[in-house]
Every structure is written in C-alpha cells, then in structure tokens.
Design a protein around this ligand. Sequence first.
Ligand SMILES: Cc1cc2nc3c(=O)[nH]c(=O)nc-3n(C[C@H](O)[C@H](O)[C@H](O)COP(=O)(O)O)c2cc1C
Length: 217
Amino acid sequence: MGDILELIKSRRTIKHFLPQFVSWDSVSRVIDAGRHAPSSGNIQNWKFIVVYEPDQKQAIAELCYEQYELAQAGVLIVVCAEPEKAERYYGLRGDRLYSVQNCAAAVQNMLLEAHSLGLGSAWIGAFDEDALKEVCSIPEEIRPQVIVALGYAREVPPKPPKYPLETLVYFGGWRRKIKDPAKYMNDIATILMRKGQAAHEALKEKAQSVVDKIQKK
Ligand SMILES: Cc1cc2nc3c(=O)[nH]c(=O)nc-3n(C[C@H](O)[C@H](O)[C@H](O)COP(=O)(O)O)c2cc1C
C-alpha cells in the first residue's frame, strides 16, 4: 500500500487543465471513492451529477463567479446533498450540519482518488446556487454543495503554506499546549501501565481471599 500521507500532502488544487478527455473509467473510480466516505449513520445522502458536455461546462463556469477556466476541465462533477433525508433521521443538525459534512467527506475522498490516478482536481465552492440548480435541473429540496473539477493538469501550482502542526494542537483543552508531546504521551502511557498493574495485583489479592474463605469453610 502506498503512503497515504504522501498522497494527501502532494495533492494540489488544479485550476488549469489540458484539453484532454477523462475516461468514464477514471470518473467512475473518483465517484466510487466518494461514495465510500463516512456519512452520518451511513445514510449516504449524496448524489453526483457528471457534466461532460462543453456548453453545459461553459454555463457552469460562468455561474462560478468568473472562474471561466473551469470550462476547460475534462469533467465537472456536481456533488449534491439530500438534506431532507438527514433531517428525517437527525433533525436540524442533520439538515444543516451532517449533510454538509457528509458531502465534504465524499469530496475529499474524490480529490485524493483523482490525485492517485494522476488527475488534477479542484474543490469549487464559489457558485451561484440557484443558477447551478437551473443549469443542472436540480429540484428545490436538493442542495448542490460542491463542484469537483477534474482533468489533466496544465500546470501544478506550488504548495501553498500550511500552518505547522504544533500551532494547531492543544492537549485536553482549548489553548493547552505541551512542549514535548512525545514525552507527555510516554509519561501518560507509563502512568496508565502502573495503574493497570496495581489494579491487576489488587484483583489477584481479592480473588485469593475469596478462594481462602471458600477453602476454610
Ligand atoms: C469549502 C471550499 C471551497 C473552495 N472553493 C474554491 C473555489 O471556488 N475556487 C477555487 O479555485 N478553489 C476553491 N477551493 C480550493 C482552495 O482554494 C484550496 O484548497 C486552497 O487554496 C489550498 O490549496 P490546496 O488545495 O492546493 O492545498 C475551495 C476549497 C474548499 C475547502
């Protein structure tokens, strides 16, 4: 198995594509990765609209607030949530939060699978939702969440800066930082091991006292 962290780190948002066809084999693999994402209660309340047709891609690019280069992508995949399904199970939290999270999990899987296939991809969230619904005949109750642009990269941009790990991690509470997390984990493991051993000894003694009592009778 390849190094998943390497794949995650080397993925880039690709906005400029070569005029090259993306096969259904690749597109279906990318969607397959999406549908295997985790979802709240495994409800899988997502649908994927595949757009290959040039005029429709152009119309979508135009409703993405001047992101015209998207029309050059081999394919655009509109990832849609079915919020009513999530609301039926989880109320407002399902409608507002889980539907968004479910689609986001699917989209990230899709970007990684695309990258592993040598395809470039972009997560597009800036679009006129009503106009997109019109162009893709999406019914009122369905929410298009993300457009995944997919194709062969014309250029791969340099990696944008990412915050260092130590600036993002707290231990046990907000803003609680630790200088040496490896030592901290090691100390905790030692304490837990000692506690475990003490509990084991206490249990053994207790069991022995019960055996002694029974034997005396
Ligand atoms: C919720 C969300 C919405 C985004 N919308 C757009 C978008 O409309 N257009 C775009 O070019 N990139 C969009 N992106 C991609 C980000 O700009 C990109 O992930 C970020 O700059 C970091 O670059 P990287 O993906 O190469 O690490 C979006 C990403 C997310 C998670």
